[in-house]
Design a binder for this molecule. Structure first.
Ligand SMILES: *[C@@H]1O[C@H](CO)[C@@H](O)[C@H](O)[C@H]1NC(C)=O
Ligand SMILES: *[C@@H]1O[C@H](CO)[C@@H](O)[C@H](O)[C@H]1NC(C)=O
Ligand SMILES: *[C@@H]1O[C@H](CO)[C@@H](O)[C@H](O)[C@H]1NC(C)=O
Ligand SMILES: *[C@@H]1O[C@H](CO)[C@@H](O)[C@H](O)[C@H]1NC(C)=O
Ligand SMILES: *[C@@H]1O[C@H](CO)[C@@H](O)[C@H](O)[C@H]1NC(C)=O
Ligand SMILES: *[C@@H]1O[C@H](CO)[C@@H](O)[C@H](O)[C@H]1NC(C)=O
Ligand SMILES: CC(=O)N[C@H]1CO[C@H](CO)[C@@H](O)[C@@H]1O
Ligand SMILES: [Zn+2]
Length: 416
């Protein structure tokens, strides 16, 4: 069942992406033309960025981590019709590998569930032609969502990605070519993550903090590269509705899948999640692929508050800044010359230290704080990035993490 759906998803995405060239002409907004980065700067779309495209500082950072023994020596997996496989003679323990695709294992730093009462708003696979409508809808409700974007899709829909920024949506990483990352070698993973971060930075000035692996395919090797080189946190989910099965024409690409075999089955799965107990909250996997997948969300969204849910983006539920070099989309981000976390971090530290009048009062402090943008989390960028999270918010995040690991594991096994 899983491998069928994996294949269908890949086929669906290939279809969407191949229509991108044609659509590109029409999504051109003259207003933004001069601000767009030169597309020739980026590696070819829909392919894993080649080794020759990798900036030397990323390569050095990866190789230094390898030398220091910080990248587990887990072999690259192979993807077949029957699933994802590591070499048969592999002698590593499940704990060492922590391969989500097969065992549902979460890494120790993964974000994979919501705080009590929180409905996490997040979408994968954008930007697409359907994205602006979603962003406008969210904006009209003063709602931020986390958007895990495909680098190649940003090349094709650059103005739509900028629209996300303008409508107070958080930009995050979903790889360059939307491929299975455990099947990629270390340099390939580096390019898939790094180039997607780079294009997000180029259009927004913001350095992403989160990534979600396509189809959840991640292991401790891939996590170590994401965390060690770029300080990208892996974000998973704890409920599924298989909205991605529904194609542009409204029909299902996975007739054998429940949910997913029909629009009704998707809606039923969402309704089931909406009725779940509030502890932990719900982090449901959704996609901004087309008007149908967006429509599922816009249909149920108005009911969330009445059902007692508080909808928040990923960083809002954690009570942290949205980006490594900016609090959110409102402030002026701190410039950096590289996506390498060490470089970003030192640029931030330098900017912070040149600010003599340090004032932490504007920092995101908890999930209920004014971090959704729209003028509230306003202030000078220089003093925004210092950390002053309230201990109660941190305490509760830790509490939920501990209290509900088993429930989340159960849910992920049930739904996936
Ligand atoms: C990664 O980023 C977070 C938040 O920006 C920061 O608190 C943490 O110290 C960083 N991790 C490393 C290893 O620098
Ligand atoms: C940040 O980068 C932008 C664009 O490259 C540039 O215009 C601006 O002057 C830079 N700001 C600082 C403070 O270096
Ligand atoms: C920080 O700003 C707040 C309000 O914006 C103000 O009340 C406080 O006195 C300031 N603290 C410092 C150290 O400037
Ligand atoms: C958010 O900001 C508004 C006005 O700017 C203020 O009234 C409200 O108390 C703030 N909420 C929190 C949780 O800080
Ligand atoms: C945000 O900053 C701008 C410019 O500094 C200012 O005009 C505006 O009143 C501020 N908004 C809030 C809510 O503080
Ligand atoms: C910024 O400065 C504040 C106050 O000095 C400090 O607490 C905080 O850790 C600094 N943040 C960074 C990212 O350097
Ligand atoms: C730790 C872990 O999750 N390992 C699994 C990864 O995938 C293989 C299939 O090739 C499983 O056999 C492992 O158990
Ligand atoms: Zn995806």
């Amino acid at each position: 069942m899983r491998s069928t759906s994996v294949l269908i998803l890949l086929a669906t995405l290939a279809g969407i992406l191949s229509s991108v060239e044609a659509l590109k002409e029409h999504s051109h907004h003259v207003k933004f033309k001069r601000q767009n980065p030169d597309k020739s700067k980026y590696p070819p779309v829909l392919k894993t960025p080649p080794r020759s495209s990798l900036p030397q500082d990323w390569v050095d950072a990866l190789e230094n981590l390898q030398k220091a023994g910080k990248i587990p020596d887990i072999p690259v997996s192979t993807s077949t019709d029957a699933g994802i496989f590591y070499p048969k003679n592999l002698k590593m323990s499940q704990k060492e590998i922590c391969n989500w695709s097969i065992t549902g294992c979460f890494g120790e730093n993964d974000v994979h569930e919501a705080a009590d009462g929180v409905w996490v708003v997040s979408f994968d696979d954008g930007p697409t032609a359907a994205s602006p409508g979603l962003y406008d809808f969210l904006h009209s409700h003063n709602q931020a969502g986390t958007h895990f974007m495909i680098g190649s899709q940003i090349v094709a829909y650059m103005d739509n990605a900028k629209h996300a920024l303008q409508t107070q949506q958080q930009l995050a990483v979903h790889t360059w070519s939307h491929s299975l990352q455990t099947t990629k070698d270390n340099y390939e993973v580096l390019g898939e993550l790094g180039w997607t971060m780079q294009i997000i930075y180029d259009i927004s000035g913001r350095v992403p903090k989160y990534w979600r692996p396509p189809q959840g395919d991640v292991d401790n090797r891939v996590r170590a590269i994401a965390e060690g080189v770029f300080n990208l946190t892996t974000v998973m989910w704890d409920a599924e509705c298989n909205d991605w099965c529904i194609e542009d024409n409204g029909k299902s690409a996975c007739p054998g899948e429940t949910p997913g075999k029909s629009q009704k089955s998707v809606v039923d799965a969402i309704n089931k999640a909406l009725q779940q107990p509030k502890s932990p909250g719900v982090m449901i996997l959704e996609h901004e692929l087309n008007k149908h997948t967006v429509g599922f969300f816009t249909d149920y969204y108005p009911r969330l508050a009445g059902l007692g849910w508080k909808p928040l983006s990923v960083p809002e539920q954690l009570g942290v800044n949205w980006y490594h070099n900016a609090v959110n989309n409102d402030d002026t981000p701190i410039n950096t010359t590289s996506m390498l976390y060490a470089t970003v971090s030192s640029a931030v530290t330098k900017a912070n230290s040149t600010n003599t009048n340090n004032n932490n009062s504007k920092v995101a402090s908890n999930g209920n704080s004014n971090t959704t943008g729209n003028g509230n989390g306003n202030g000078s960028s220089k003093n925004l990035l210092s950390k002053s999270s309230s201990s109660s918010a941190q305490g509760s995040v830790v509490f939920f993490a501990l209290a509900s690991v088993s429930i989340a594991m159960m849910l992920s096994m049930m739904f996936v």
